[in-house]
Design a binder for this molecule. Structure first.
Ligand SMILES: *Cc1c(COP(=O)(O)O)cnc(C)c1O
Length: 379
C-alpha cells in the first residue's frame, strides 16, 4: 500500500477496510434473512475504531448495536444516533439515570439489575427499554431458570419497563458437533416461553452459521463482521477488514549456530539473513507468536514471500528469517504484513495460542491508522 506522509514516522500501520466491514455485515444479514442483523461493536469495534465501525455499519443498514460498557454505548449513540444501543455489561449500580439520559439500553443480567431498572422506571413514570439476559449454560451473565420464573411471575416488576429483547449467549457455537448447542437451544426455548411475544436473540457470529434454528429475531454478530473466523473448522467466508503492517528497520546476516533474540531460545541452522521489524508485544503482537511459545512461530508476508519469525518477540521488535527472500525484495523501510489479506488474523493468533478476537482487540496505540472504503469516500 502507498506510503503516505501520515505514517512516514510510524513503524506500524493499520489499514481498516470499511467497505469490507459493510460487505461482511450485508452477507451476514443475507444469511439471517428475516432475522434482524445487529452488530457487536464492543472492544472498540473489535479494534477497528468504534465510531468508524458504527457509522459504516449503520450506512450499510444496521440498526442495533451491542456494546460492552456504557462508555462504549455513549460513543455508539453519538456515531449512530438513530440506532438502538444495548449495553452488555448490564446496569451499573446507581447509573439508571445516566443510561436514560444517554439513550442506552441495559442488558439486565441479574434480579437486582431488573429491580433497579424497574424501580427507576416507576419513579420517573417512563417505560424505558431494557433487554433481559437468560443464562442457558455459559454461567457468566444472565438469570437462571428459577430467577427467570420469579421475574416472569412478578408482573408489577416487568410492566414498569419495556422488555425489548430476551437474549442468551452460546458457549461452543464454533463447534457445530458440540451437544451444548442443542442443549442451550432447548433451554432458550423453555426460558423465553416465560416472556411470550418478546423478541429473542441467541446468535453471535457462530450462531448465524449454525443455521436458522439459532437465528430468532435479532442476531448479534461480532467477529465475522471484522473478518475473523467464527467456526473452528472450515473455510472462513468473510473478507479481511484489518491489515496490520510493520516496517523493516534493518537487515543483517547471522551465522549458523548463533541464536537470535532474548533467551537464546532459537538457534540458527544455517547462515541466515535476518530482518528486524519495528513491531512487538507493546503493539499487541503477542510474545507467544515468536519462538519459545507452544505452537510454531508465526509467519509474516513480505513482498510476496511468507516467512517465519525467528527467536522471541520483543516489546518493540521482531526478527524475521528472510534468508530465502531475494535481497532487493526485503529492504530497509519495506512494509511487512503481520496479518491481513495474506496472513489471516486467526492464523497469526493461533501461532500465539490465541484467537483472532484477541489479536484484533489488543492492537496497540502506536499504529498509524488509515481507513479505506468509507461510503462517503465514493461520493
Ligand atoms: C461478544 C458478544 C457477541 C458477539 O460475538 P462474536 O462471537 O464476536 O460474534 C454477541 N453477544 C454477546 C453477549 C457477546 O458478548
Amino acid at each position: 500500500m502507498a506510503d503516505t506522509r501520515k505514517d512516514s514516522l510510524a513503524c506500524g500501520r493499520l489499514t481498516i477496510d470499511l467497505a469490507a466491514l459493510a460487505d461482511n455485515w450485508r452477507s451476514l444479514a443475507q444469511r439471517t434473512g428475516k432475522t434482524e442483523c445487529g452488530a457487536a461493536i464492543k472492544g472498540d469495534g473489535y479494534g477497528t475504531g468504534l465510531e468508524k465501525a458504527a457509522v459504516a455499519l449503520s450506512q450499510a443498514g444496521c440498526r442495533t448495536f451491542f456494546t460492552a460498557v456504557p462508555q462504549e454505548g455513549l460513543r455508539a449513540r453519538a456515531a449512530a444516533p438513530d440506532a438502538r444501543v444495548f449495553v452488555l455489561a448490564g446496569l451499573l449500580p446507581g447509573a439508571a439515570e445516566s443510561y436514560r439520559d444517554g439513550g442506552l439500553i441495559p442488558v439486565l443480567n441479574c434480579p437486582a439489575e431488573v429491580l433497579e431498572w424497574s424501580e427507576f422506571c416507576a419513579s420517573t413514570g417512563q417505560k424505558l427499554p431494557a433487554a433481559l439476559h437468560l443464562d442457558t449454560g455459559m454461567n457468566r451473565m444472565g438469570l437462571d431458570i428459577d430467577e427467570a420464573r420469579t421475574i416472569a411471575q412478578a408482573p408489577d416488576v416487568l410492566t414498569r419497563f419495556d422488555l425489548a429483547l430476551v437474549m442468551s449467549h452460546l458457549v461452543c457455537g464454533g463447534d457445530p458437533e458440540n451437544p451444548l448447542n442443542a442443549l442451550q437451544l432447548e433451554r432458550f426455548h423453555e426460558m423465553t416461553a416465560l416472556f411470550p411475544c418478546v423478541p429473542r436473540s441467541l446468535a453471535n457470529s457462530p450462531g448465524i452459521f449454525l443455521g436458522p434454528d439459532f437465528h430468532f429475531d435479532v442476531a448479534r454478530p461480532g467477529i465475522s463482521l471484522y473478518g475473523g473466523r467464527a467456526m473452528d473448522e472450515g473455510e472462513n467466508p468473510m473478507r479481511p477488514v484489518v491489515t496490520a503492517e510493520a516496517r523493516v528497520l534493518i537487515t543483517h546476516s547471522a551465522r549458523n549456530g548463533e541464536t537470535v533474540g532474548y533467551g537464546a531460545v532459537e538457534t540458527l541452522r544455517r547462515n541466515s539473513r535476518i530482518a528486524i521489524v519495528g513491531i512487538g508485544y507493546a503493539d499487541g503482537y503477542h510474545r507467544l507468536a515468536g519462538a519459545g511459545g507452544g505452537s510454531d512461530t508465526a509467519k509474516v508476508w513480505i513482498n510476496g514471500h511468507k516467512v517465519p519469525l525467528v527467536g522471541r518477540v520483543s516489546m518493540d521488535l521482531i526478527a524475521v528469517d528472510v534468508t530465502d527472500v531475494p535481497e532487493r525484495e526485503c529492504l530497509r523501510g519495506d512494509w511487512v504484513e503481520m496479518f491481513g489479506p495474506h496472513i489471516p488474523v486467526d492464523e497469526a493468533a493461533a501461532a500465539a495460542d490465541t484467537i483472532g478476537y484477541e489479536f484484533l482487540t489488543g492492537l496497540g496505540s502506536r499504529y498509524a491508522r488509515t481507513y479505506i472504503g468509507a461510503s462517503d469516500d465514493r461520493a
